[in-house]
Write a protein that binds this ligand. Structure first.
Ligand code: NIG
Ligand code: FE
Length: 389
């Protein structure tokens, strides 16, 4: 396997405090050696070993590739009209999901696959090297299974979200839909997914239904993650912690008991500021969660309704400006935090043995991701040792 050294990195975020300064383990004037798909060595440029290939980073900063642990990319159509109406004063309602369900059911496999490919690549250009994505716009046995098969061609982090909303065809009998989601649909979907998710919210699934669905998924080897407390207070967060879910996502409306549960449990709190931005909702309070001791991840929630962005740098900028995070905290949450939310130890850090996923920034440090919002700073990306951008 060929080795490559990237030298002359002005500031390298390793996310390993034993390798550098501060909680991000930052190394000044750094170098990284890549051997095959792994990081073989990190340190200061002057001590870098000789290798087959040499890349001069030209004084740019580097950090681990972003880990976007929450997206909904298997969809067709878009919801420009709904966005326009919202920006004219209408409020967000999860009912818009039905518009995307209809378009997705009508789309060919090829069209859905092309869409996922497009957004995964769009995310990669912005530094995302690991991306989770969900079903949830099919809501029939066949359409959910096909969404997961298509997602699985683009990422290993695939989530079964048959319980996104109760589809119109089951509006009169939601219990029958829960039976479908935990029965034939689970049978068809479990082989294609790693995770099971539920939208636990008024107008979607209540706490009892969510518990039934997550427990059934877990019995089939899928680890739970939960859309929790997005639009209102509710049971989602505490249910997630109780069931040992990998992540409770959104966490916008939290009681003190919800915050305590997250701080004392193993469930990561994944915040999705693109959703609050695009729905003009109140910001999740990252500061409150961090001060309580919770582990916080940041993700895009990329979907055509509530958050049509694939940009982790944008989410970092929002989290710093509006959610009380420092730039260091936001960068950690978008890399190591996302890895924790996906229970991955091979990504989200740049250290010997880790997968060689890294982004170079046209900037002297990672702080510029928040300091220079909206500027495309990601200038090169390696994923599993291969330079993709
Ligand atoms: O995470 N909350 C539920 N699901 C998505 C919204 C999906 C949609 O509006 O299409 C979310 O925000
Ligand atoms: Fe979501």
């Amino acid at each position: 396997m060929a080795t490559t050294v990237i030298t002359n990195i002005s500031s390298l975020v390793t996310n390993d405090p034993s390798l550098g300064e501060g909680p991000l383990g930052t190394i000044r004037d750094a170098a990284v050696v890549i051997d095959g798909d792994r990081v073989a060595w990190v340190g200061t440029s002057s001590k870098a070993p000789a290798t087959d290939n040499r890349v001069d980073a030209g004084g740019r900063a580097a950090l681990p590739g972003f880990v976007d642990s929450h997206s909904h990319l298997v969809f067709a159509g878009d919801r420009t009209a709904e966005f326009n109406a919202r920006m004219s004063g209408r409020s967000y309602s999860a009912g818009g999901i039905r518009t995307t369900v209809a378009a997705t059911r009508a789309a060919t496999d090829e069209a859905l696959d092309a869409n996922v490919r497009r957004y995964v690549h769009e995310a990669l250009r912005q530094g995302t090297t690991v991306l989770e994505t969900k079903s949830g716009y099919g809501l029939t046995v066949e359409d959910e299974a096909r969404a997961l098969r298509i997602a699985g061609a683009h990422t290993d982090e695939v989530t079964y979200l048959g319980a996104h909303i109760v589809p119109p065809d089951y509006a009169d009998d939601p219990a029958a839909y829960v039976d479908l989601v935990t029965g034939p649909m689970l049978d068809a979907c479990a082989p294609h997914a790693r995770w099971v998710d539920v939208f636990c919210e008024q107008g979607a699934f209540d706490g009892d239904q969510a518990r039934t669905i997550l427990t059934a998924g877990a019995a089939r080897g899928l680890t739970p993650r939960v859309h929790a407390n997005q639009l209102s207070y509710g049971p989602g967060v505490q249910l997630a912690v109780e069931l040992g879910a990998a992540s409770a996502d959104h966490c916008t409306h939290l009681t003190d008991a919800d915050v305590d549960a997250l701080a004392n449990g193993t469930t990561v709190a994944t915040l999705l500021p693109g959703a609050e931005f695009s729905t003009r909702a109140q910001w999740p309070d990252a500061r409150r969660l961090l001060d309580a001791g919770a582990t916080v991840a940041l993700s895009t929630d990329c979907n055509p309704g509530s958050s049509f962005t694939s940009s982790m740098p944008f989410c970092i900028a929002l989290a710093v400006r509006d959610m009380g995070m420092t730039p260091d905290e936001a960068v950690w949450s978008a890399t190591a935090g996302g890895a924790a939310a996906l229970r991955r130890t091979d990504v989200g850090r740049i250290a010997p043995g880790a997968r060689a996923d890294l982004a170079l920034l046209d900037a002297p440090s990672h702080v510029h991701l928040a300091y220079r919002p909206g500027v495309p700073l990601v200038s090169a990306v390696w994923r599993a040792g291969v330079q993709e951008v």
